[in-house]
Design a protein around this ligand. Structure first.
Ligand SMILES: Cc1ncc(COP(=O)(O)O)c(C=O)c1O
Length: 351
């Protein structure tokens, strides 16, 4: 039976390699709090991947990685510049504000959930030195974006340069970093520190892990305070080896990349099949593993009755979001598009 779960990539299970790695890590004693061999291995592997030494703090959620990274760059009187559609603005229950001890998120616009450079240029110097206003302190970019679009490496570098020139730190929310690297075919280094990123939230949970995301620090001046923030936030797991074993397996044999390439491919197939249906409008720029489209209300109702799970009508009436993952199979996509076709008022009478 095909899977009808398209709500998010975090409804998928976990890659067998990770499950096996966790089971193997359970066999013996190991030092706690990240002093274990799996954490060392993950850090070394990240060093190879990013072509330089990096610091690593593993977290149990992407929200924790984002909020702690931003707190390291933003004082309580500071502001974080971000897109109005960003996860940190809409979906983290104020965690960035909480962990920064009250800094303000200042939202910017831009098509396809990508920050408009002109708006950023105006915002980075807005009211600097004015004691009555929050001081621009950090820029947060999401790659791949919340709508499945992508920044090019050049676009990230241009935004980061605007931020750095004005003295701001640069954070990349990479909950879907793997999908972005797989789609753009660039190196992880090109998309991050070479483009001016200081800290990356490196997501794994949506792409094959069970409970592991990570803060990858390129600006190592920020590492010391982040270590304390990480502990203080309750993110320094005593049995960190189980998070680290997941991360190590995720990075070994480039599982992170092959899982993401598969998820992207499934979205590309879905996008093409939807585009071939007369009554369906694909929306936005599906470049990674998220596809938005507009469906008539009876089709949405019919799909839900069939047991399909997906978000709809949150963005605009009839707009639906389908997310594919490393576990999505071609049959799942065929099943979905067959049922969309079948439920359409002009075709359903033919059944
Ligand atoms: C863009 C983005 N950032 C971060 C996250 C991390 O969220 P969580 O705290 O649920 O792991 C998500 C998850 O939906 C996301 O989509």
């Amino acid at each position: 039976m095909p899977s009808r779960a398209f709500t998010s990539d975090n409804t998928a299970g976990a890659s067998p390699q990770l499950v096996a790695a966790v089971a193997a890590a359970a066999q013996d004693h190991a030092l706690p709090y990240g002093a274990d061999p799996w954490t060392d291995h993950a850090r070394e592997r990240l060093g190879e991947l990013f072509e330089r030494e990096v610091d690593l703090l593993i977290t149990s959620t992407g929200s924790a990685a984002n909020a702690l990274a931003l707190a390291a760059m933003t004082p309580p009187w500071g502001s974080v510049l971000c897109h109005r559609d960003s996860h940190i603005n809409n979906d983290e229950c104020g965690a960035p504000e909480f962990y920064t001890a009250g800094a303000k998120l200042v939202t910017l616009g831009g098509d396809h959930a990508k920050i408009d450079p002109d708006q950023l240029a105006a915002a980075v110097r807005r009211k600097t030195g004015d004691v009555h206003s929050v001081q621009p302190s950090a820029l947060s970019i999401t790659q791949a974006t919340e709508t499945g679009s992508l920044y090019t490496v050049e676009e990230i570098a241009a935004l980061a340069s605007l931020a750095h020139d004005a003295g701001l730190g640069v954070h990349l929310d990479g909950a879907r970093f793997a999908n972005a690297v797989a789609a753009l075919g660039c190196t992880p280094a090109e998309m991050t520190w070479r483009a001016g990123v200081d800290i990356l939230s490196f997501g794994a949970t949506k792409n094959g892990a069970m409970t592991a995301d990570a803060i990858v620090i390129f600006n190592r001046d920020l590492t010391d305070q982040l270590r304390y923030r990480h502990k203080r936030a309750g993110q320094l797991a005593s049995k960190m080896r189980f998070h680290a074993a997941q991360f190590a397996a995720y990075l070994d044999d480039d599982l992170w990349l092959s899982n993401a390439a598969h998820a992207n491919q499934m979205s590309a197939v879905l996008r093409d099949q939807l585009a071939g249906l007369d009554h369906v409008q694909v929306q936005g720029r599906p470049e990674a593993n998220i596809v938005f489209c507009k469906l008539p209300a009876p089709v949405i109702d019919g799909l839900r009755e069939d047991g399909f799970r997906f978000y709809h009508d949150r963005w605009a009436p009839g707009v639906c979001r389908f997310v594919t993952s490393f576990q999505t199979q071609p049959d799942d996509i065929d099943d979905l598009t067959d049922r969309i076709h079948a439920h359409h008022p002009t075709t359903s009478h033919l059944q």
